[in-house]
Design a protein around this ligand. Structure first.
Ligand SMILES: *[C@@H]1O[C@H](CO)[C@@H](O)[C@H](O)[C@H]1NC(C)=O
Ligand SMILES: *[C@@H]1O[C@H](CO)[C@@H](O)[C@H](O)[C@H]1NC(C)=O
Length: 181
């Protein structure tokens, strides 16, 4: 019972402390990709940022790229950023944040959305691993075959050399026998 109380107290303190540390009046927005976060090269994607308030300024940022920023005003609770003609360098982590007309500070960042740009015509995210998998199987089979072939050839070479030395011996004996008579 005591332990439970201490645990709850601790949890409460931690939560309070965490909240204070962030010092956020605005709840974090959430981000999603439409139609998918895995998109083909040269296609388009829409990143939607859902904010808890209407009439806000929304910014879209990219991880490891502080120079990247898009900003727009949204009348509703949802802001849409249209990314078109996607290139491989557009892949990466995206996040959004917002600011209401009255707040001077930005909200905390949304979770990071990982955008994947595939270069294949097939497109699907599950496609790329499959070829590498079959490649691996092919490589394994090929090496197995090579190793067995090596063993077989070693065996044959060994047998042939044995036969040759045996024949040599026979010849020698015959020779010696011939000389003897
Ligand atoms: C992407 O968007 C551009 C401009 O909005 C449009 O011209 C193009 O057809 C779109 N491409 C695809 C694959 O939807
Ligand atoms: C949005 O903000 C503008 C001023 O920035 C204001 O004129 C307008 O009434 C606001 N709209 C809503 C729905 O709050």
């Amino acid at each position: 019972m005591d332990i439970d109380v201490v645990y709850l107290l601790c949890l409460g303190l931690c939560l309070c402390y965490g909240g204070e540390e962030e010092n956020e009046e605005l709840p974090r927005p959430s981000i999603s990709a439409w139609p998918s976060s895995v998109v083909k090269c040269k296609s388009n994607v829409t990143l939607r940022c859902w904010t808890h308030f209407q009439n806000v300024t929304v910014t879209l940022g990219k991880l490891h790229n502080s120079g990247y920023q898009q900003e727009l005003r949204s009348a509703g609770k949802e802001a849409e950023f249209h990314l078109t003609n996607l290139q491989p360098e557009d892949a990466g982590g995206y996040f959004c944040a917002y600011r209401t007309a009255t707040s001077h500070r930005w909200s905390g960042q949304s979770q990071h959305l990982q955008l994947v740009v595939t270069d294949g015509v097939g497109g699907g995210g599950g496609d790329p691993p499959r070829p590498s998998n079959s490649k691996l199987i092919f490589l394994a089979t090929f090496s197995c075959l090579c190793i067995s072939l090596l063993f077989v050839s070693i065996f044959f070479i060994y047998r042939r050399t044995q036969q040759v030395t045996l024949n040599d011996h026979v010849c020698k004996y015959e020779h010696e026998a011939g000389w003897g008579e």
